[in-house]
Design a protein around this ligand. Structure first.
Ligand SMILES: Nc1ncnc2c1ncn2[C@@H]1O[C@H](COP(=O)(O)OP(=O)(O)OP(=O)(O)O)[C@@H](O)[C@H]1O
Ligand SMILES: [Mg+2]
Length: 363
């Protein structure tokens, strides 16, 4: 069994957080100094072709990753970054995992492991010999009988998926130190040190990840197959233009078009509404099952840069909505990089969350 999240062998030296999205690979190199965590370097490699041809996506929901090609692309990006760091933490897309929040009596870690294996038999909708099971303890409370109850999130990932990533890293000459579900990374970096119960909506190119989280811990994870590319395709079809032009127009006008350009937003809104409705379903499900109110939406991923999206989501969900700030006060960066990072920050959330786990001593 590959240890998904519990590892101890990382020395406090520089680490790479690598987020392999469908449209791009994002890498951050982080270091730790006495003042805190620092961004040393970062790189983003976008595969423009993903908009036109499905096979050009870096990875697809069908787990069909071309290992050798991906390893080559990754090596190229690392070469361009001029980094010599080999230790990496890699993200697993939310669509590849099954998660469930469970409550059990407090017990030792090895007993919890056993209990989770038992629970997995009943809960995980895949043959157990084909999945790797992991769990994270996210909190505890005393019930009405005075017994200590722990809240544990069960994570099951197809072992095949894990082997693919191991193979990619091996081919690229990297030491894979840990794999982590992207929603776990998002929860850490976007809600760490803040107890507001939040829903993180990470709108990428092909898929949107939803994470209910608080205090840095993931509580619930889900995903939808609508994201930024859905908006681009809606524009291309509606206006009869090619996807590259539509992509440009989307980034330029967002939801702010007026007059003749008003059409740009009206064409995209039905797809954005699908994402928002899914967020609503996740929020309502959590509120019903756990009797606690979700108070805030955090928009992450490249599509969080869509002009006007915060206000639109806030009006629709009637909830305070902010754009992700994965650097926050925890991760510092060179001042000279500030103007560029302002725009790319929401897309770096997963990579920064991955890299920072090593230094936050939460494992
Ligand atoms: N300024 C912008 N306005 C609107 N959309 C944007 C902007 N900048 C980037 N995007 C969109 O963000 C998406 C890419 O986001 P991201 O880098 O988070 O995706 P990814 O992680 O590669 O994909 P996925 O998470 O689906 O695997 C693209 O659809 C792109 O069009
Ligand atoms: Mg992504």
């Amino acid at each position: 069994m590959f240890n998904l999240s519990k590892f101890t062998s990382i020395a406090p030296k520089n680490i790479l957080g690598i987020d392999m999205g469908t449209a791009s690979i994002k890498v951050v190199e982080l270091s730790k100094s006495r003042k805190g965590i620092n961004l040393v370097n970062y790189g983003i490699l976008e595969a423009k072709g993903h908009l036109e041809r499905i096979n050009d996506a870096i990875q697809t929901s069908s787990l069909d990753i071309m290992d050798a090609e991906t390893a080559e692309t990754l090596s190229l990006l690392l070469k361009n970054m001029k980094t010599s760091v080999k230790d990496v933490v890699l993200s697993l897309p939310a669509f590849s995992a099954f998660t469930s929040l469970l409550e059990l009596p407090e017990m030792a870690a090895d007993e919890t492991s056993q209990a989770m294996r038992y629970q997995a038999k009943a809960l995980v909708p895949m043959p157990l010999d084909q999945v790797t099971i992991d769990w994270l303890r996210i909190g505890k409370y005393k019930n009405e009988h005075g017994n200590s109850i722990q809240k544990v999130i069960l994570i099951a990932v197809p072992t095949k998926q894990i082997q693919k990533y191991q193979s990619i890293c091996q081919r690229a000459g990297l030491n894979l130190k840990a794999l982590e579900l992207e929603t776990v990374s998002l929860a850490r970096v976007l809600t760490g040190g803040d107890s507001t119960l939040s829903i993180i909506v990470d709108i990428g190119a092909r898929s949107t990840a939803f994470a209910i989280a608080s205090g840095g811990a993931l509580i619930y994870s889900a995903q939808a197959d609508f994201a930024g590319s859905s908006l681009t395709h809606a524009l291309a079809k509606g206006l009869g233009i090619n996807v590259l032009r539509a992509e440009e127009l989307k980034k330029q006008k967002g939801l702010m078009g007026t007059g003749g350009e008003y059409e740009v937003s009206t064409l995209m809104l039905p797809y954005l509404d699908v994402i928002i409705n899914e967020a609503k379903r996740v929020i309502e499900g959590h509120e019903k099952n756990h009797q606690e109110k979700v108070d805030r939406v955090i928009l992450s991923g490249g599509s969080a840069n869509l002009l006007g999206i915060e206000k639109y989501v806030s009006d629709k969900l009637k909830m305070s909505t902010i754009k992700a700030d994965p650097f926050g006060t925890k991760i510092s960066y060179p001042q000279a990089a500030a103007p560029v990072l302002k725009n790319v920050a929401p897309a770096l959330s997963v990579a920064l969350g991955l890299g920072s786990r090593v230094f936050l001593n939460d494992k």
